[in-house]
Every structure is written in C-alpha cells, then in structure tokens.
Design a binder for this molecule. Structure first.
Ligand code: UTP
Length: 299
C-alpha cells in the first residue's frame, strides 16, 4: 500500500469563540506552553511520515506562513550571541522549500469548503487532515497511530473518542455498526445532533484520513449545520460507496478552540515538562487549597 504523504491543515476559520485573542492572531497561533497549536500539528504530521503540508489559510493568517519560514536576521543574531539551542529550535521547525503550500479560502464557508480548496493539490488515493485546534497528548502521535492501522478498505478513517451524551451536539457523531478492536465501522455520521437524535456517544476529533473521492462529494455539498459546508455531510454522502471507519486512538484530546480546553491543555503539557512540573504543582496548590470545600461548609 502507498504511504500517506500529504496532510491538509485548514486554518481559515474565524476563531470567534476565542475573541478578542484571535482578532489579529490566528487561532492556530495560540500558544500551548511554548509552541503554537499549528506547530504541534505539523510535528505530529512529520512524525507520521507526512512530506507535503497544505495550509488552507485566509486573510490575517500570514503569521502561520512566517512561523515555518526561515528568519535570517533573528537566526544570525542568535548565532552571534552564542544561543545555540535557540537556533537549533528555530531550524527544526522550518519546512523545506516546496514541502509547504499555502492556499487561500476566500470566505469562511465551512470546514468542508476549506478542504475542497486544496483539491487541485492532492494527487494521492488518500490523504491526511489535521485540525490544529484539536491537540492530542499521546505517547505515540495520534496521526501516526491512525496511518499505521489504515488500509484502503477502511475508506475514510476518523479519529474518535467517547463523549458524555449531553455533549454530542458539539461533534460529528457516528452511528456504529460494528466494533473491531480499535476500529469501529459506522453506518451513518451526523453533524452536531441533539441529545435526542444522537445515535451514540462516539465523536469525531480533528484527525482524518480521507479517500480522494471526497472532493467530488464536496463539490456538490450544500450548506449544513451552522449554514456551513460540512465535511461530515460529504463523508455521510459517500457512505454508500466508501466505508467509514472510526479509530479509537490512544491519548487525551484537548479542544483548544475553547478557553477551557486550551487552559487544560496548557496545564497538561506543562506538567509533561520536568523543568516546569515541580514548581507548577507547588504553585497551583494556592489556587486549589486541598480543604477549600470543607472550609466553605464550616464558614
Ligand atoms: P471551527 O469549527 O473550530 O471554527 O473550525 P472556527 O471558525 O475556527 O472557530 P469558531 O467556531 O468561530 O470559534 C475547525 C477547523 O476548521 C477550520 C478552522 O480554522 C479550524 O482549524 N475552518 C473552519 C476553516 O479552515 N475554514 C472554515 O470556513 C471553517
């Protein structure tokens, strides 16, 4: 089987849930501890063997392009000052010429439309897609887990997790036909169903391996939930011809498109770093005194 070498990163969304922080800074440039979200996404893709990086951007997102470009003045200055580690860190994040492509989505018409914008750049039978605002903390990077297990018979593969039933209206939800180890075969996918209409609590996260033919379906897709062209609607429309496989990845996913998720991710990723962990744990105790519940009761 041919390896998956291309990954699309849609980064053209409005980020309205994070305003005003995202007014002039792309949501994908929000920092978790010491790296922007989009860098975690690119590193995850690199670890999974991706060689072509397609960013679907929009007006006001040029910081993303700059982030993966060389910065001669900064690098020269750091070198002169003997800051070797810092220079190495900058060099490591650079994408080679020709590896990265930036295209524009002219209006935020939805995730499905953003993916469609990359159609003419994808030649392979299957390609990967990462939503950078879904950050996954895992021993083995999430996309790598999926690519290792993917076979063409899986059709479209989506990373999935279980969510509380009362949260299904925030996700694309699978109607599961069969469980096969870490894979689940779906017979339907519904975008943001209400609690009553939700067929399960198996929710899609921002990791996909998609069959090339999805572009044909996206071309004809009418706007769905939220008035946007939804990727899940196209996946659903394909189901008669292309199967849908959910993959239960190993790891913890943070929704960094929300304040709570982003704050939690900062804590979790900081606690992973030995130089931050001890002081952080100590300092956090003042915000969460162990007996605060009891004190309230006594007062
Ligand atoms: P979201 O659903 O999180 O939307 O997009 P958003 O616009 O970024 O944020 P809110 O809801 O206004 O707070 C999921 C992913 O799809 C991309 C986003 O950049 C994000 O990575 N996207 C979404 C696009 O590229 N284009 C779109 O038209 C919509």
């Amino acid at each position: 089987m041919k390896k998956i070498k291309t990954c699309i990163f849609p980064v053209a969304g409005l980020g309205s849930r994070f305003l005003p922080a995202t007014k002039s800074i792309p949501k994908e440039m929000l920092v978790v501890v010491d790296k922007p979200l989009i860098q975690y996404a690119v590193e995850e893709a690199k670890a999974a063997g991706i060689e072509r990086f397609i960013f679907v951007t929009s007006q006001g997102k040029s910081a993303i392009e700059d982030h993966f470009d060389s910065s001669p003045v900064l690098e020269e200055t750091l070198k002169k000052r003997g800051k070797v580690a810092e220079v190495e860190r900058l060099e490591a994040l650079r994408l080679d010429p020709g590896q990265a492509v930036y295209i524009r989505q002219h209006a935020p018409l939805g995730l499905g439309h953003a993916v469609l914008c990359a159609q003419h750049l994808v030649n392979e039978d299957a390609f990967a897609l990462i939503l950078a605002d879904d950050l996954v903390l895992a021993d083995e990077p999430c996309l790598q887990q999926m690519i290792q297990e993917y076979t063409p018979q899986d059709g479209n593969m989506v990373g999935v997790m279980e969510v509380p039933m009362e949260q299904t209206h925030r996700y694309g939800i699978l109607d599961v036909l069969q469980h096969k180890g870490k894979k689940v075969l779906a017979q339907e996918v519904i975008e943001k169903p209400s609690l009553e209409k939700s067929p399960s609590n198996i929710a899609i996260i921002g990791r996909y391996i998609l069959n090339q033919s999805i572009f044909n379906y996206l071309q004809n897709q009418i706007p769905g939930a939220g008035g946007e062209i939804q990727l899940t609607d196209a996946i659903q429309a394909m189901l008669k011809k292309v199967p849908l496989c959910g993959y239960r990845y190993k790891g913890h996913r943070f929704d960094c498109g929300t304040k709570e998720g982003w704050l939690e991710a900062n804590l979790a990723f900081a606690l992973e770093q030995p130089d931050l962990r001890i002081n952080l744990q100590k300092n956090l105790q003042q915000y969460f005194p162990l007996n605060s519940g009891n004190q309230k009761e006594c007062a």
